[in-house]
Each structure stands twice: as structure tokens, then as C-alpha cells.
Design a protein around this ligand. Structure first.
Ligand SMILES: [Zn+2]
Length: 286
């Protein structure tokens, strides 16, 4: 696991084992807030040890940017913390997460002692504020990647933890393209110093506009491809030819998963517009 200081008392962690997934910590004089857990318990435990040994404050809150496994299944490793998330995060973790974890435990012994912990504190619209020493954390809906996605802004430092609504390659399978476009436009207007994606590397101030535009362009390209394909008798024949590079993105992104995520985006977006998967395609949720 990599870790880095983003601003004073603000830290970033990135998995070396799964899809460059990230977590963040904002520390105050007597407590810390953790933003997301990592995909595997061993890496979440590394984050916990860093906080205990280097920052020497208890984690009082764990914020889940959304309910997906790679961001929320480590909640139980912070038994003294209160979990915070969107109301939909609670509902989706309860409706899908519990069952998905039970299924996953059958072939992943590392998850044996993991349990789903549902958010203790939820909000639905507007902002929710957490004060950590001198820092103000603003939590607000940032949908697009999933219905429950939120962003976490460290107001004084202009650092945004965007969850997966911004990541180096958009991922739409559980999301909504129109919401994602609106959320990405919001991000560019926030005057940020740093954008911390749910997967991948930190984006610095001067690169944020270009990085977000690249995602908007990608979404435009795949939307165009899906519309063209819909006019074909066998839409997947055309979509199958559209490589991730054709939509302006590199296949090495997100630990090499980009092409696979891109293919799922094409299927999901086709279903979004036309109500069914393009014949011949495959789609894996989560
Ligand atoms: Zn994720």
C-alpha cells in the first residue's frame, strides 16, 4: 500500500493489490476521520496501523463514499467508529452488500471475519458537516458512479475526495451518465487544490480541468458509439470493435482493468438507453 500526505493532517492511501483503490484520512488533535476502507482487510489494517502509530488518534468516523465492496467492507475493522454515508448507501449495503459478502466469503478466506456494518449516520440531500480539529469536512451527494455516491471536501485545503464519480476511467455499470456529467461539471467549478479519486492517483490543481474534460469526452464518445450501434441489427458487433483507446483512454489505467471496465460501460450504457443489453454482450455488476 502506498501512502502520501496531501495537505497538513490529510493523508491518501492507495492499494497495490486491487485496482488502485484509495482511502483518505483527515486527522485532528483528538480524533481522525477515515474516508473509505480498502478492498482487502490486510490493506485496511495497514491504514489502521498507520493511524494508530503515526497519528496516534482514534478513528471516530468512517465515511463511505458509496456502498461498493472495495470502499465499505472494511467498516467492521473500526468497531469504535461511527459509519457515515448517504441514506441510499445504507439501503444498498443492506439490500445487496450483505448477500454479496456471504457469496464472496465462499471463495475468499481473507473475508472470513468481515461483517457488513451499515452506516450509523446518514443524510439524504444538502451537505453534512464533520468538524475535525480546525478542518471542516463537507459531505454532499455526488452521484453518477452509483446512486448513493458522495464527495467529501476538506474545505480549508480545497481537497476533494470524489469517490468513484471521478476516477481515471468513468465506470457506469451501477450509475447514471447524466448524473455523472452533472457531478463532473460541479467538480471543475469547485476551485480545488487536489482531486482524490476513488481509484488511481491524486490530480493536482493545474490538471483537474483537463482530467475531468477527458472523462466528459470519454462519456460523449461511448454515448455516440451506443447510439450508432442501436441502429444496427446486431448492436454488439459494432460495440465490440470500440476499444478503450478509441474513446480516448489508455488501457493501462486502474491497474490494467480499463479495457474490461470500458466493455462493461458500453453494455451498461446501451441498457440505460434501450432497456436491454446488446445481444452478445456480457455484463458483470460491481
Ligand atoms: Zn471503487
Amino acid at each position: 500500500m502506498q501512502h502520501e500526505r496531501v495537505a497538513e493532517d490529510v493523508f491518501f492511501f492507495q492499494s497495490e493489490l486491487y485496482a488502485q483503490v484509495t482511502a483518505g484520512v483527515v486527522a485532528g488533535p483528538d480524533m481522525a476521520v477515515l474516508i473509505d476502507t480498502l478492498a482487502l482487510p490486510e490493506e485496511t489494517m495497514e491504514v489502521r496501523r498507520f493511524i494508530e502509530r503515526e497519528l496516534r488518534v482514534p478513528v471516530r468516523y468512517v465515511v463511505n463514499t458509496h456502498y461498493h465492496a472495495d470502499h465499505s467492507w472494511g467498516n467492521c475493522l473500526f468497531p469504535d467508529a461511527l459509519v457515515v454515508g448517504h441514506k441510499r448507501c445504507y439501503e444498498l449495503l443492506e439490500a445487496r452488500g450483505i448477500e454479496a459478502l456471504e457469496a464472496e466469503k465462499k471463495h475468499n478466506p481473507q473475508l472470513r471475519d468481515i461483517d457488513i456494518v451499515l452506516p450509523h449516520i446518514t443524510f439524504e440531500s444538502g451537505d453534512m458537516t464533520l468538524q475535525v480539529g480546525k478542518k471542516t469536512l463537507k459531505l454532499f451527494p455526488l452521484p453518477g458512479h452509483s446512486p448513493d455516491s458522495i464527495g467529501v471536501l476538506v474545505d480549508e485545503d480545497k481537497v476533494l475526495f470524489s469517490g468513484d464519480t471521478y476516477m481515471p476511467l468513468p465506470y457506469l455499470v451501477d450509475g447514471d451518465i447524466e448524473e455523472m456529467i452533472a457531478s463532473l461539471k460541479t467538480i471543475t467549478k469547485m476551485g480545488l487544490e487536489n482531486l482524490v479519486p476513488g481509484h488511481g492517483d491524486i490530480v493536482l490543481r493545474g490538471e483537474i480541468e483537463g482530467a475531468v474534460k477527458s472523462n466528459l469526452d470519454y462519456l460523449g464518445e461511448i454515448r455516440k458509439a451506443v447510439r450508432q450501434a442501436s441502429r444496427r441489427k446486431y448492436p454488439w458487433d459494432l460495440l465490440d470493435e470500440v476499444q478503450v483507446e478509441d474513446a480516448g483512454k489508455s488501457r493501462v489505467l486502474i491497474g490494467g482493468l480499463a479495457e474490461q471496465l470500458h466493455r462493461q460501460n458500453l453494455s451498461a450504457l446501451y441498457r440505460y438507453y434501450y432497456g436491454e443489453l446488446p445481444a452478445g454482450s456480457e455484463l458483470y455488476e460491481d
